[in-house]
Ligand binder design. Structure first.
Ligand SMILES: C[S@@+](CC[C@H](N)C(=O)[O-])C[C@H]1O[C@@H](n2cnc3c(N)ncnc32)[C@H](O)[C@@H]1O
Length: 338
């Protein structure tokens, strides 16, 4: 039962109950953040790959029968909660305070899906307090084995720094801000959106370029006919992500794209290297149970077993061709075919 996972202080009071019902990780506290409501602040330095939270759902939306019954169906879930958790639910942020249906509005404002393809959402009391950043330092994922939502650090987080997730997929600051306003009704004040004008313009130019590169990399005809250009695009995109401090899901996806390009053209050596980089980032951001990390494993061992392997023999290379005892710079030049 979820209530067993929360530690209750003796000075319980309704107005502060999210602060007194906390997961006892010692890694963060829930505090007021100017202009953002509440948020999570690191209580100590948190290294990338650290599990910050692993939280069971308070309840899920799986018992909603229809759009018309949503409010009543969710009300049953909320009423079934113990008193302290019921109060903690009602203390969560509501993006739509003047629009009726209070319970479903709190759910809409705070739920996370149970995995990227799931239609079921869930409320996680502590994770719901994590604010958005367009350059998040943490990432959430549904762990289907533990049946918990996890939050892992994807960058080094300093003591006193806010722990952030991304509610959004990227783009330039004006695109991001417009989308966040439309879907979540707030004006983003994250570090990336609050850069001084000149830095913001430079960041936007880089992100515009990143969007173009991403589209080019997704062009399958180009990947078939001129893979060297597609791989070079991946490398340029990686440089942009590094410059921008982007360490979220976009980074492993880039390595997955590079893996696919190499697999298609029979390069087992580079495909294996890219698959391993993808896998390492997935484990870092989602933990050892990461489904994506497990799914790539057989292809990281034997890229030739992948269904797209060998569409052409243009880059045919065996696993033995992975350079050994090479300095990191030469290895990177080999990897990106420079
Ligand atoms: C899921 S809640 C996050 C926790 C919330 N701050 C609270 O007090 O419970 C999402 C809401 O937090 C605020 N928020 C989150 N990220 C923000 C950001 N980058 N800039 C401004 N407000 C933000 C907005 O009000 C948003 O609707």
């Amino acid at each position: 039962m979820t209530s067993q996972r929360y530690h209750q202080h003796s000075n319980d009071s309704t107005s502060t109950n999210i602060e007194i019902l906390h997961l006892d990780t010692g890694l963060f506290t829930i505090q007021d953040i100017p202009g953002k409501g509440k948020g999570l602040i690191a209580s100590q330095t948190i290294e990338p790959g650290t599990c910050i939270l692993s939280e069971s759902p308070l309840f899920t939306t799986e018992n909603i029968r229809s759009i018309e019954t949503t409010e009543n169906d969710l009300a049953k879930e909320v009423q079934a909660l113990p008193k302290d958790l019921n109060l903690a639910f009602f203390a969560l942020h509501n993006n739509y305070p003047r629009e009726g249906s209070p319970i479903s509005n709190i759910v809409r404002s705070n739920a996370y899906p149970l995995g990227p393809t799931s239609g079921i959402g869930a409320i996680f009391l502590a994770i719901a307090r994590i604010n958005h950043s367009c350059r998040p330092n943490a990432q959430q994922a549904w762990d289907p084995v533990a049946k918990k939502e996890t939050v892992y650090a994807v960058r080094s987080i300093q003591i006193g720094e806010e722990i952030t997730l991304s509610y959004h997929n990227g783009g330039t600051s004006s695109q991001r801000r417009a989308d966040l306003k439309e879907h979540f009704r707030f004006d983003c004040t994250c570090d990336a959106c609050s850069l001084p004008a000149e830095e913001l313009a430079a960041s936007n130019a880089r992100l515009q370029k990143a969007a173009e590169l991403d589209e080019q990399i997704g062009d399958s005809k180009r990947v078939h006919l001129t893979p060297e250009l597609a791989l070079a695009d991946c490398k340029t995109l990686l440089g942009i992500y590094q410059e921008e401090g982007i360490a979220d899901t976009r980074l492993p996806r880039l390595y997955y794209d590079a893996f696919q390009i190499c697999v298609l053209h029979s390069d087992q050596a580079r495909a294996k290297t890219f698959a391993n980089r993808y896998r390492a980032l997935k484990v870092l951001a989602e933990g050892p149970d990461s489904l994506d990390a497990r799914e790539i494993m057989p292809f990281a061992r034997k890229p030739a077993t992948h269904e797209s392997f060998g569409a052409t023999k243009k880059w045919a290379a065996s696993l033995k061709q992975i350079p050994k005892d090479t300095d990191p710079e030469s290895f990177e030049r080999w990897l990106w075919r420079e």
